[in-house]
Write a protein that binds this ligand. Structure first.
Ligand code: SF4
Length: 267
């Protein structure tokens, strides 16, 4: 994809490929705490080298356009869930899944937790100077077990019906599972009781309609996911040692971007 750098007015401007905000760059050996978002943590898990180039060397990856259709389903679901949160009633889909005892969690910080850019949930991981944080889509409350349930809204368009098995075994959904694991870890570290099962609220757009007719229709499915956040701290410790090293880590040989750069360098 060709990505052109633009200023807020939409004019193209020279792209330097470098970060300008010093606070987003880590100095190996620094003692000050350093914030790492859930998505940057996921970058680390995908490729240590690109993560290092970004966070330590300040080299920016090409930007991606926003996913406005997905963001719109998130926004509309948020409105629905906020209405239920206000009234402390289960969402309309919960009955189908025997979740009548579950309601959207009401907490004074809910908007802060959902603000991925300026807020989020966070935890300072012990034995490191890393503050891991992430902006959640939602969190629900199990009134029977008195536990939080982590939840993420996901939108897609697929001809096949969504089943928990097909959804969770899809390799492209691995990072979604990491996302829920990290949120569960963060809530647990913040002192909350967290249910062992989280949910993906999957909105799957029908593609077999005879025509568009000005609207997309979705099938909605709750996919339960058995959380496992036992691995998170060990990976944060590994990430910390990568950040504090002066050595560039290996790249991921499966990466098409690196293959593209290598081929270009040969010209
Ligand atoms: S393999 Fe190369 S381009 Fe791909 S993520 Fe890693 S450093 Fe970046």
């Amino acid at each position: 994809m060709i990505s052109l750098k633009r200023n807020p007015a939409g004019d193209t401007v020279p792209a330097t490929g470098l970060r300008t905000r010093a606070y987003s760059i880590y100095s190996p050996g620094q003692s000050e705490s350093f914030r790492i978002s859930r998505s940057k943590f996921n970058d680390f898990l995908s490729c240590n080298r690109c993560f290092y180039l970004d966070r330590v060397k300040g080299i920016v990856s090409p930007s991606l356009p926003g996913w406005t259709l997905n963001a719109t389903t998130d926004l509309l679901l948020k409105k629905e869930f906020d209405e239920c949160r206000e009234k402390q009633i289960p969402h309309r889909l919960f009955q189908k899944y025997d979740l009548d005892h579950v309601v959207p969690f009401q907490h004074p910080d809910i908007d802060h937790w959902r603000d991925a850019l300026r807020g989020g949930i966070e935890h300072h991981v012990s034995e490191t100077n890393i503050v891991l944080h992430g902006g959640i889509d939602d969190v629900w409350y199990d009134n029977k077990r008195k536990q939080l349930i982590v939840a993420e809204y996901k939108s897609q368009a697929n001809n096949n019906p969504v089943t928990p098995e097909s959804y969770l075994s899809n390799v492209y959904h691995e990072s979604y599972k990491v996302q829920l694991d990290v949120y569960a870890y963060l809530f647990k570290s913040m002192g909350f009781e967290v249910a062992q099962v989280g949910y993906f609220y999957v909105c799957n757009a029908y593609r077999n309609k005879p025509g568009f007719d000005g609207r997309l229709e979705f099938e909605e499915t709750l996919v339960p996911y058995e959380l496992d956040y036992s691995w998170v701290e060990a990976e944060v410790l590994r990430m910390s040692s990568v950040l504090n090293s002066n050595q560039l880590p290996d790249n991921n040989p499966a990466c098409e971007n690196c293959a593209y750069s290598r081929q270009r360098a040969l010209l």
